[in-house]
Design a protein around this ligand. Structure first.
Ligand SMILES: [Zn+2]
Ligand SMILES: [Zn+2]
Length: 367
């Protein structure tokens, strides 16, 4: 055999060994994550130190539904999910169609409104946990990366005193900071983002609708505008230089508001809304949409004559990673829209076979 041919053969063998090795590592890694998922559910081989931390972190949040992300950016696969095995209860955002909405609510207007809500839903990735979380609070002392869901809007300029210059990290390093910037606010659960320190460790992914991530834009958290432990709610502030994005968000939110007004007349703001819609990032996956028809409002306390604190329970599906997602009820008009009040209900936890929101403000029912 000539020297050239020997070298060629050797290279082919090397490439084949490398390909085998890559394939083996891939299989080992996927087995590893499956094993971790099983261990978390108390059904796997003996745990390593890392896995014990993972289990402790999950146990610390009880029934709350934040997720813990692994190296691949997801928490579990749909097949290893124990709460909603196979995820057949969800619809994918990138393929969402009018007929996915339960009858008789699969109208053009409801589809248009839900499409705007899909655009306004974001994934949250929080690297680490603040030492200020009390010892008995979710994820206290955990350094793992969490994920949750949220919904975005542009604050009313009258409710937000504007900084003269952009306060983002990039601009802070320059003498002349840009004055062309806009604020984007994200509503989510307090157990997902606890304080300003965690706000600054948060990344927000918009338009994460499919695994290709083609249209994803990312924002960095800046601070918490307001937070309320009892309500399990907070509002995260982000800053952007993309003013056209602010315009698009504002437009989508305004359309939702108009639809809510219209639907409240059509479907009545009754004690039992006919449909709950929940859009979130289960396990940190691309956006999923789920519906439920069994919704209950629970009175907590009065805020004033016209407004009261309530919580909702619902059968719309959620998984870990869904914490912080807006719970949207058909026929229900939300209190306030662009201020910093706790005006909406966000998903907080599972409760038996149903799911439960944090506290939010509702109009008092006059009927
Ligand atoms: Zn799941
Ligand atoms: Zn800036």
């Amino acid at each position: 055999m000539g020297r050239k041919r020997r070298l060629k053969l050797l290279n082919t063998q090397r490439n084949s060994i490398a390909a085998d090795r890559t394939q083996r590592i891939k299989i080992e890694m996927s087995n590893f994550w499956e094993m971790r998922a099983r261990q978390r559910l108390g059904d796997g081989p003996e745990m390593s130190k890392d896995d014990k931390f993972l289990k402790m972190a999950y146990e610390s949040q009880g029934d709350h539904e934040a997720g813990i992300l692994q190296e691949d950016g997801m928490e579990l696969t749909a097949t290893s999910c124990q709460k909603n095995p196979g995820h057949v209860c969800y619809f994918e955002a990138s393929k969402f169609a009018k007929d996915n909405i339960p009858k008789p609510y699969n109208t053009n207007d409801i589809f248009a409104c839900i499409s705007e809500l899909i655009f306004l839903t974001v994934k949250l990735i929080i690297k680490g946990t603040s030492g200020a979380r009390p010892d008995n609070y979710d994820f206290a002392n955990s350094r793992l990366t969490r994920c949750g869901s949220g919904s975005i809007y542009i604050p009313d300029p009258e409710k937000r005193t504007r900084d003269d210059n952009c306060p983002c990290k990039k601009c802070k390093n320059y003498q002349n900071r840009t004055t062309d910037f806009g604020y984007i606010w994200v509503t989510t659960a307090k157990h997902v983002i606890y304080n300003d320190e965690e706000a600054q460790r948060t990344k927000v992914w918009l338009n994460y609708d499919d695994v290709a991530k083609e249209n994803v834009s990312k924002l960095h958290g800046h601070r918490l505008v307001v937070d309320n432990e009892e309500a399990d709610r907070c509002i995260l502030e982000c800053v952007t230089h993309d003013l056209s994005l602010c315009g698009k968000i504002n437009q989508a939110r305004d359309r939702v508001k108009d639809f809510e007004r219209q639907f409240s007349k059509e479907f009545g703001d009754s004690e039992a809304p006919p449909l709950a819609t929940l859009i979130s990032h289960p396990h940190g996956m691309p956006k999923r949409i789920g519906f439920g028809k069994d919704v209950k409002r629970e009175f907590v306390k009065a805020e004033n004559e016209d407004v009261e604190w309530t919580t909702y329970t619902y059968d719309a599906p959620t998984c870990t990673g869904s914490s912080g997602a807006l719970v949207w009820l058909l026929g229900h008009e939300r209190v306030g829209f662009k201020d910093n009040k706790i005006t909406t209900h966000t998903h907080a936890k599972k409760e038996g076979l149903r799911n439960k929101s944090g506290r939010g403000l509702d109009y008092v029912k006059k009927c």
